[in-house]
Design a binder for this molecule. Structure first.
Ligand code: SAM
Length: 247
């Protein structure tokens, strides 16, 4: 995948892009990331990229020319494979479903705002607008890194076993079941016996049930839109009875 990031602070990306899985993905050529500083496209001798808001008010607003010139110089607007994303707290809230869809694209562009935000007219040059949550950050750099990370790990080959992300929380709409590793007993807390049984079918059933239990307890909102199988319905009835009995 080819990702182009338009930012005033490319240095912020250095550590996340040069560590761990993203670094390996870049080395393998699965991920090609280019950082473009739109200050390089400033039009005046002071290299200014922001200006006072028309109508008055606090803060500075990113000017449209440097960003749009940077986009025009680096992207092709009539390419169906190209997604141009604006990071903004006003966008739709990014989730795993969006990550899955974007992981299928060949070319992504991410535009990071800063200061008070950007001139409204920039919106007419983008294909989508995403927020990473209902809070306001100082810039779009951290949101861009969050999106790059979530999308990249879904690209075939970036993570060795596809199964490891398919069982993650949200991938199929539920929260993941509890995980354990060695030692078998830690500070008097034991690993559930069933996980040591070697009975694959029973382990799968236990995991499914615990995934449903977790989702019911922590994120009941997810269950409302989830398509339960008859087996899930059965497991949920068992969970309800168990929870009642446990007080
Ligand atoms: N005045 C803007 C508003 O109220 O919508 C907020 C501007 S914010 C201080 C500066 C930049 O940070 C935004 O243009 C955006 O690129 C980025 N940003 C801040 N919070 C964000 C969020 N939750 N998701 C995505 N981007 C965000």
């Amino acid at each position: 995948m080819d990702i182009k990031v338009f930012t005033l602070f490319p240095e912020m990306f250095e550590s996340p892009l040069n560590s761990s899985i993203l670094f390996k993905a870049r080395q393998k050529g699965l991920l090609n990331i280019t950082l473009i500083n739109f200050r390089d496209y400033a039009q005046d001798k002071h290299n200014s990229v922001d200006d006072y808001p028309f109508g008055g008010g606090a803060g500075m607003v990113l000017k449209p020319e440097p960003i749009v010139l940077a986009l025009e110089d680096n992207l092709s607007f009539d390419d169906d494979e190209q997604e141009i994303i604006l990071l903004s707290p006003q966008g739709k809230v990014f989730n795993q479903e969006n990550a899955k869809l974007l992981a299928k694209k060949k070319k992504l562009a991410l535009i990071c705002g800063h200061y008070e935000g950007f001139d409204e007219r920039i919106r007419s040059f983008v294909t989508q607008e995403f927020s990473i949550g209902d809070y306001v950050l100082t810039g779009g750099e951290l949101p861009a890194m969050v999106m790059i990370d979530a999308i990249s790990r879904l690209i075939p080959g970036v993570i060795k076993e596809t199964q490891s992300f398919e069982e993650d929380s949200f991938y199929h709409g539920l929260i993941e079941y509890p995980q354990y590793t060695r030692p078998r007993v830690f500070r008097n807390m034991e690993v559930p016996e069933i996980l040591l049984s070697g009975n694959h079918q029973k382990i799968q059933r236990w995991r499914r049930k615990e995934s449903l239990r977790r989702t019911l307890k922590r994120r009941p909102d997810l269950l409302k839109s989830y398509k339960l199988t008859p087996e899930d319905e059965k497991l949920l009835k068992e969970i309800e009875t168990e929870e009642k009995n446990n007080g």
